[in-house]
Design a protein around this ligand. Structure first.
Ligand code: LMR
Length: 398
């Protein structure tokens, strides 16, 4: 037997919660685990602009033959436009190359594979805490990881000084994995001044930024959420960006990600691109077409693009309203001051609830949140919010 020595792996800390939630027979259970937006009716809707683009594709698509290894060139161009801003020389200047990867996760993995295969670096510094998958993506690609402190649990703020102090131990060429916005799981992002300082620090120490940009448009705005990344791109001549349309187009299961690599000049960039093609070819061969064609159709049509911008704003505003309502209701229920929730960005609120409290929420109340205490506020609505508030009050008393 070859497989009998294999040990069972633990359930995934985020996606595994979905399984547990589905198996829970309680009618009033609430799933605030995985980072997926739900509307007031508890549904993850398909955006109108996506439906409209799908109609166009249904009529106009003539073939399902393979896409190029890196995807459609317009797709990469649109991604760069959103990441760096319309006016940036990185959109068309040849220094930045992009390839379509399956979701932000695929982009992180193909980027990590590229770093490892090309001996760019061996160590990646990852924020503590971070999205649980970051660690295993790095190690699966053959990279070592170190942690840098990120979150001040007492003040619910960014532990910026400690972060820089720890990162000063990084060696030239080490990779620094950052979240462009809506830090997962804390929702706490650096200020503009902190980004400036961090970017200058990385440039000075010759560190390589790898920026996870999964939530553009879900924090403060499409351009606003790119502020930090654009500051880094100003200071650092080389960087990688793993961005995603999976969330901001609500096309989660289409896995619509992009890896963009910025090099010092276009000649280096074209060599980088040739190696990225090998990384893509050896892992997924070439990308799936549907999601990227929807994105290209929406972004190239002024009306659909305007509709997307509006729909995304609606999602962002609803999340923010839920955040504010949660803080108000927690205060009214005597749970204490959770005002820091409104300082956090994106889909998640980092509650400070510990592992035991999270377990009690699940066991006694059927409220599912991630073990780190991360609550997906993007799944709250006027029907389930009171239950969450009373469950938090109950576990706080224990
Ligand atoms: C999350 O953090 O919940 C999302 O990024 C979904 C995932 O794949 O974990």
């Amino acid at each position: 037997m070859f497989f009998d020595r294999i040990e069972a792996a633990p359930a995934d800390p985020i996606l595994g919660l979905n399984e547990a939630y589905k198996a829970d027979p309680r009618a009033d259970k609430i799933n605030l685990g995985v980072g997926v937006y739900q509307n007031e009716d508890g549904i993850t809707p398909i955006m109108e602009c996506v439906k409209a683009a799908e109609k166009v594709l249904l009529e106009s698509e003539k073939t399902k033959s393979y896409l190029p290894i890196t995807g459609l060139s317009e797709y990469g161009r649109f991604a760069r436009e959103l990441i760096f801003g319309k006016e940036s020389e990185l959109v068309d200047g040849g220094r930045a190359v992009s390839c379509h990867c399956p979701g932000g996760t695929g982009a992180l993995r193909i980027g990590a594979d590229f770093i490892h295969q090309q001996n760019v670096a061996s160590t990646v510094w990852i924020s503590d805490p971070t999205w649980a998958n970051h660690y295993q993506i790095a190690t699966s690609a053959g990279l070592k990881f170190e942690r840098y402190p990120y979150y001040d649990r007492v003040n619910h703020t960014l532990a910026f000084d400690r972060m820089l102090e720890t990162l000063s131990q990084a060696k030239e060429g080490d990779v620094i994995l950052l979240h462009a916005c809506c830090h997962n799981p804390t929702g706490v992002d650096p200020t503009v001044e902190q980004w400036e300082k961090l970017a200058a620090f990385m440039a000075e120490k010759k560190l390589l930024p790898f920026i996870d940009f999964a939530y553009q448009g879900l924090g403060r705005g499409i351009d606003e959420d790119a502020t930090g990344l654009r500051i880094v791109a100003k200071h650092c001549p080389e960087l990688l960006v793993a961005s995603s349309f999976s969330k901001n187009f609500g096309m989660y299961n289409e896995r619509v990600g992009v890896l963009t690599v910025v090099s010092e000049n276009s000649e280096v960039a074209s060599r980088v691109l040739s190696q990225l093609k090998i990384s893509v070819r050896t892992s997924i061969s070439n990308p799936p077409a549907h999601g990227e064609k929807v994105v290209v159709t929406v972004l190239s049509n002024p009306e659909l693009r305007a509709q997307w911008t509006l729909e995304l704003k609606g999602i962002r505003d609803r999340i923010r309203n839920m955040r504010e309502l949660l803080v108000k209701k927690l205060a009214e229920a005597g749970a204490g001051d959770y005002g820091f929730f409104v300082e956090q960005n994106g889909m998640f609120s980092f509650s400070g609830l510990d592992k035991n409290q999270v377990e009690t929420l699940k066991k006694d109340f059927g409220v599912y949140i991630v073990g780190s205490g991360r609550i997906c506020v993007a799944c709250l609505n006027h029907k389930n919010i009171d239950k969450l508030v009373s469950a938090i009050c109950a576990v706080n008393k224990e």
